[in-house]
Design a binder for this molecule. Structure first.
Ligand code: NDP
Length: 595
């Protein structure tokens, strides 16, 4: 290399690489995911603060389809079943209403982090116009209720109910499902839409149950403590010292609201997030009418956003936001040669430099600004975008407690210990995230028993086996809407909606053909795994030297199970094309059907 500018850039990139590695080393923890404990394991933390329990009689019913999960997965599956002419189904959920994530996440400031015009399912069918480019959580929850009414799902909903067991009965060719409300449901088909990031977790550190003040996870926000509501200022915090643990996508949205309301706010940080600009906009109804005038507009917009954020470079950027700007180049691809690798690394550093410079421009205190700087590659953690998060640190009543990668050490009766110092707090908020790569049945909270009574946890002990992520041999008539060997995208609702289409199609086909049993062949599963494995390599290689996070299994060495857990990591559009071509062929290739 003889160009002095390039030499300088390469030297800078090398220095940054070393900094990334030293910061990563600080955060490596032998216990990986075991550093967390599920919210449900700590008494009282997991209770539903939003809907009082309604007593009801236990159900004894038969139905064609039982769907578990009333979030986007369950709702879009139900809607697609209806569109396919399958109307005999029930939807069960632990929550008190539709919405899934948007039922539970009511923390102040909660909003969709991708554009609502591409995110909210079925906008074309409902004709709903989101009020803002990034819809706020109450609007999204209300939209879930609207979808429930639009597709007439309420009469088929069984809320405040958790599946405790599901057993395949070969004689009747049905799943026998029991619940915590004493229900007994016999269903031809059992569809698990158990959510993606739904099982909340807490740091498993000493003293968590000793704290005597008010404490809750962001996904169970306690407005009786804070006052106010998702859309009203919290009026009970003006004399309270509040601590928030975590600085991920949730905290980034909640901190500005807590900063406005609290007497004093401590933000306990282990690893900073990247904070790009948000540029929230009200929806211009004329623009929306024009933009949505062509049939198929929303699918096109979802596809365009996916292409823009996976480096496929379509001719036009329909969404034009900080996501498409940040991820317009595919930084995770395997480089062609050494020069290409260097170019990719320099580009990556430049993008992160811009984000670090943005902190210097906004945060006034130099020491705080330095501590807020993220030292890892683009996308090692889910990128965040917000216009009020960084300015919150300019307030007198907000203190960043950076733990230099070590995290909070323990809790006392009256506060939080970090960096060897106790910080007394009245209210403790855990923005400590959700499980992603833990064992599927652990996250579901039940363990389906398939043919010969074999539990899914045994069948998958050495890793999942599926066809397209939706069906697994040995578990006839059972379907999964999940990223395990399925599709994934920045816009979660896109692959979820596509898996629903696939599941509804197969169920409708099996019924139409007068069959009673469907499951994939072993060969089809093996073939599918080969396809998956081919897509995981570039992404896995990229994430391998990332700072630990739920995306890379907290950097712990993968178990056999985790080795096979990956989603289709190529573009979701390729996964979608595979499914569409498969449905077009119409012969249900790879599935075994029995009369
Ligand atoms: P994350 O897992 O992203 O964040 C958890 C935070 O807790 C991290 O900052 C983590 O630090 C921190 N933490 C864990 N243990 C400790 C400890 N002992 N001491 C101090 N800090 C600790 O969870 P989020 O809920 O923020 O986000 C999860 C995902 O949910 C997002 O990535 C996104 O996909 C989704 N989400 C989507 C939204 C939307 O609008 N669509 C909004 C909010 C969330 P460290 O980084 O070091 O691990």
């Amino acid at each position: 290399m003889s160009n002095p500018d390039l030499e300088q850039l390469a030297a800078h990139a090398e220095a940054v690489r070393e900094k990334y590695e030293s910061e990563r080393q600080k955060r490596l923890r032998a216990e990986g995911n075991d550093q967390y404990v599920a919210l449900s394991e700590i008494k009282d933390f997991d209770a539903d603060p939003y809907t009082p329990l309604v007593e009801r009689e236990a159900l004894t019913v038969t139905t064609d389809v039982l769907i578990v999960g009333a979030g986007w997965g369950g709702m879009t599956t139900a809607a697609r079943l209806t569109q396919s002419g399958v109307n005999d189904f029930l939807v069960i959920d632990k929550a008190g209403d539709f919405g899934g994530t948007w039922y539970w996440n009511r923390y102040p400031g909660c909003m969709c982090d991708v554009e609502s015009y591409t995110y909210l399912p079925f906008l074309e069918e409902t004709g709903y116009v989101p009020t803002q480019k990034y819809a706020q959580a109450p609007e999204i929850f209300a939209y879930a209720q609207l979808l429930g009414r639009h597709f007439d799902l309420y009469p088929r909903a069984v809320f405040q109910t958790e599946v405790v067991d599901a057993v395949w009965d070969e004689d009747s060719r049905r799943w026998n499902i029991t619940t915590n409300r004493g229900d007994r449901i016999a269903a031809r088909f059992f569809v698990i839409c158990g959510g993606v990031l739904h099982k909340a977790k807490l740091p498993d550190i000493p003293g968590i149950t000793d704290f005597e003040g008010d404490a809750f996870h962001t996904t169970r926000w306690d407005y009786s403590v804070t006052g106010g509501g998702p859309e009203q200022a919290m009026d009970k915090l003006s004399d309270k010292v509040v601590g928030i643990i975590g600085t991920g996508a949730t905290a980034v949205q909640a901190v500005p609201k807590l900063a406005e309301a609290s007497k004093q706010l401590y933000v306990f940080q282990r690893t900073p997030s990247t904070i790009g600009p948000r540029n929230q906009q009200e929806t211009d109804p004329e623009w929306f009418a024009e933009m949505s005038s062509k049939p198929g507009w929303q699918q096109e917009r979802m596809e365009n956003f996916s292409d823009m954020t996976t480096g496929r470079k379509p001719d036009i950027d329909l969404v034009q936001d900080a996501w498409t700007d940040l991820l317009g180049e595919d930084l995770k691809r395997i480089p062609n040669d050494a020069a290409d690798a260097e170019g990719l690394e320099i580009l990556n550093v430049k993008k992160m430099d811009q984000l670090r410079e943005r902190i210097d421009e906004i945060v006034l205190d130099r020491e705080t600004a330095e501590k807020l700087k993220p030292w890892y590659k683009v996308g090692c953690k889910r990128p965040c975008f917000h216009d009020d998060y960084l300015p919150a640190f300019n307030r007198e009543n907000v203190t960043l407690v950076d733990t230099d990668g070590h995290g909070v050490e323990r809790f006392t009766k009256g506060g939080v210990v970090a960096n060897g110092q106790e910080y007394p707090v009245d209210v403790l908020v855990f923005a400590s995230g959700f499980e992603l790569l833990t064992f599927y049945t652990h996250r579901l909270g039940f363990d389906p028993k398939g043919e010969d009574g074999v539990p899914l946890s045994d069948a998958w002990a050495h890793g999942p086996s599926t066809l397209f992520g939706t069906n697994s041999r040995g578990f006839p008539n059972m379907f999964m809407n999940s990223p395990i060997q399925g599709g994934q995208d920045i816009n979660f609702s896109f692959p979820i909606g596509q898996a629903s289409k696939q599941i509804a199609y197969i169920i409708a086909q099996v019924l139409k053909r007068g069959c009673t049993k469907v499951e994939p062949t072993p060969e089809a599963q093996d073939d599918w795994f080969s396809v998956i494995a081919g897509t995981v390599l570039p992404y896995g290689t990229y994430l391998a030297n990332c700072t630990p996070s739920y995306l890379n299994n907290e950097s712990a060495a993968p178990t056999d199970y985790e080795m096979k857990l990956g989603a289709y990591m190529g573009s979701v559009r390729d996964w979608l094309a595979i499914l569409e071509a498969w449905r077009q062929k119409g012969d249900l290739e790879g599935l075994e059907l029995q009369p």
